[in-house]
Design a protein around this ligand. Structure first.
Ligand SMILES: [Zn+2]
Length: 411
């Protein structure tokens, strides 16, 4: 007998609130470079350990009226709010994927749906952690994005065995490489590896490297310095984006272009070599269509490159055009993680959706605080969650509006 949805909802709400409790710990400790596992929960004021019964998600805060049992110091209402939000997100995605059936290919009652659900919840939790830290400290820790990427790469190899491919390739619920995108992903990954090696051996230079060390306030690069330095800065003052001269910004962008050249070159070269035969019968075609794990993995890698690439290209283009650093470098791995988990279409849609969410907030902030800088991570994250729910509607609208058949899209 199948388990009724209400049981799942209660279970997932409880699970989500516990995960939310852990997210609170991560959000507090990660920017302060503290261990996430040790010590256990304790009052930050009197250091007294918090007993399990005082640590029950959501409820305990209200029973204690937001105060420490031992020293009476107050805990922010943010903690139970984050727990509640996480619990609601767990339930919402279950509702959407299992009851609302918002994604094609997730209509069968197989394990695949749960595997997709787990991966997408990992992403949502990563986005929540990144947003909360970005909102407070103006940094997006790389470790969070890379954890999501790692989970995505592993899951992408498992998903194709449990999830049916959608009839329209763009509507696949899991990353799915085609002959072309698979070749692009493999070449791009090789190029990225080469760039990393060149960077490691100092043959190419990291952008803004000179300014992080020489200046007391490394303004140039908003989200790339060690978290603790940034955290202090974020706490000290809001306006951390003091400008370097336009010519220096442009020169540093040139370094980022150099870093990206091997990636683009690798992708283009490998695609032209591997798909020169062009038919599914070619060696590469047989390999990518025959090995499901490879197909999923390269689909994820392609999503990683497109997700990161859209943000990075905008950053470079915007910075070159305006002579001011546009977008933080921390947004790049964040959207790369979104692409790795969801496939390439989602981060692209989310990226163009995010400004609309940020706009009203930014305007209000400009009027009240007179600062134009806003952390962008929360808006990218919100847009991503919306895309997870509305992906198929948006993509289908695109296909119909531009009358792109699968043949014309061709990727
Ligand atoms: Zn206390």
């Amino acid at each position: 007998m199948p388990i009724p949805p209400i049981i799942w909802i209660i279970f997932l709400f409880a699970l989500g609130s516990s995960v939310g409790s852990f997210i609170n710990v991560v959000v507090y400790r990660l920017p302060r470079e503290m261990s996430i596992v040790r010590p256990g929960s304790h009052c930050t004021l009197c250091e007294h350990p918090i007993a399990w019964y005082d640590n029950v998600p959501i409820i305990a805060w209200f029973l204690l009226r937001g105060r420490c049992r031992h020293c009476g110091g107050s805990f922010s209402i943010r903690y139970p709010m984050v727990e509640l939000l996480t619990a609601l997100l767990f339930v919402m995605l279950y509702w959407a994927y299992f009851l609302g059936e918002v994604r094609e290919g997730l209509t069968d009652l197989s394990y695949g749906r749960w595997l997709i659900y787990i991966g997408h919840m990992v992403l949502i939790c990563g986005l929540l952690v990144s947003s909360l830290i970005d909102g407070e400290h103006w940094i997006i820790p790389l470790s969070v994005s890379y954890t999501v990427v790692g989970a995505a790469l592993i899951l992408s190899m498992i998903w194709p065995y449990f999830v049916a491919a959608a009839a329209e390739p763009l509507l696949n619920p899991a990353p799915w490489a085609s002959i072309k995108t698979g070749a692009l992903a493999l070449g791009g990954a090789a190029g990225l590896g080469l760039s990393m090696i060149l960077l490691k051996f100092g043959l190419i230079k990291r952008s803004f490297a000179d300014y992080d060390q020489e200046q007391e306030q490394p303004q140039g690069e908003k989200k790339h310095a060690p978290p603790n330095a940034r955290a202090e800065q974020g706490v000290k003052g809001e306006e951390i984006g003091i400008d370097l001269p336009p010519n220096i910004i442009r020169r540093e962008m040139f370094r980022e272009v150099i870093f990206l050249l091997p990636v683009v070159a690798g992708a283009v070269v490998l695609m032209s070599v591997l798909t020169s035969g062009g038919s599914p019968a070619s060696g590469w075609g047989r390999l990518i269509l025959g090995q499901k794990w490879l197909c999923g993995l390269l689909g994820s890698v392609f999503g990683f490159m497109i997700g990161g690439g859209v943000v990075w290209a905008t950053r470079i283009g915007g910075s070159l055009a305006f002579g001011k650093e546009a977008m933080g470098l921390g947004d790049v791995p964040l959207m790369a993680a979104v692409g790795a988990m969801l496939g390439w279409t989602s981060p692209v849609i989310a990226f163009f959706l995010a400004p609309f969410m940020g706009l009203s907030w930014a305007l209000a902030r400009l009027l009240i605080h007179r600062t134009r800088e806003i952390p962008y991570g929360p808006f990218l994250s919100m847009a991503t969650v919306i895309v997870m729910l509305a992906h198929d509607i948006i993509v289908q609208w695109f296909i119909e509006s531009f009358t792109l058949g699968p043949a014309t899209v061709g990727i």
